[in-house]
Design a protein around this ligand. Structure first.
Ligand code: AMP
Length: 167
């Protein structure tokens, strides 16, 4: 998506992991929250996103793993205030998600079965209202995320085309 449509990828998880490794003031709290599979306070995540936007020369951003909750979404609207053009919801059976996460070997502290179960619980509890919010606004594209990366990318293309993001 980044290569084809010229977006800058902003992963909330990556920004939080970077904050841990740069020993920022919230580093220890962020590390513990991630280890437990819980949600980092919105204020912290939104600040990191805002900083990343401000230090980029691009004006197209692909947020990944954000907003994860209504609280996330409202904090973002309050602080950043720019509505997304559209939202991609990658829909994948739990069993397949767990298999992918446990096989990706990226050395993440939260890629173990206990934390993954907690992350899925948190996702189920908090994510639905966000999905519904964007769905009601006609901004949600639900993507079948089973199959290969290439197959999934082909399913994503129409969303970008609809917004005339073509290179
Ligand atoms: P991810 O890299 O998207 O799988 O996220 C890994 C972990 O980072 C999550 O389990 C949370 O602990 C934290 N995290 C990522 N995104 C957010 C977010 N939007 N709000 C709060 N915590 C987040």
């Amino acid at each position: 998506m980044v290569e084809t449509f010229g977006f800058t990828h902003l992963s909330a998880g990556d920004l939080l992991r970077k904050a841990i490794s740069s020993n920022s003031e919230n580093g220890a709290m962020i590390l513990n929250t991630i280890k437990e599979g819980k949600i980092v306070p919105s204020e912290v995540t939104v600040k990191l996103i805002l900083k990343a936007i401000e230090s980029s020369e691009n004006d197209r951003f692909l947020f990944d793993g954000f907003p994860r909750s209504e609280e996330n979404r409202m904090a973002y609207e309050r602080v950043v205030g720019i509505e997304p053009d559209f939202v991609l919801f990658f829909d994948c059976p739990e069993e397949e998600m767990v298999k992918r996460v446990l096989n990706r070997n990226q050395g993440r502290v939260d890629d173990n079965i206990d934390t993954v179960k907690e992350r899925l619980k948190v996702f189920t509890a908090l994510n639905l209202p966000v999905i519904e919010y964007y769905s009601e606004k006609g901004k949600l594209y639900k993507i079948d995320a089973t199959g290969t990366e290439d197959e999934i990318f082909e399913r994503v293309r129409p969303a970008f085309a609809a917004w005339r993001y073509v290179f």
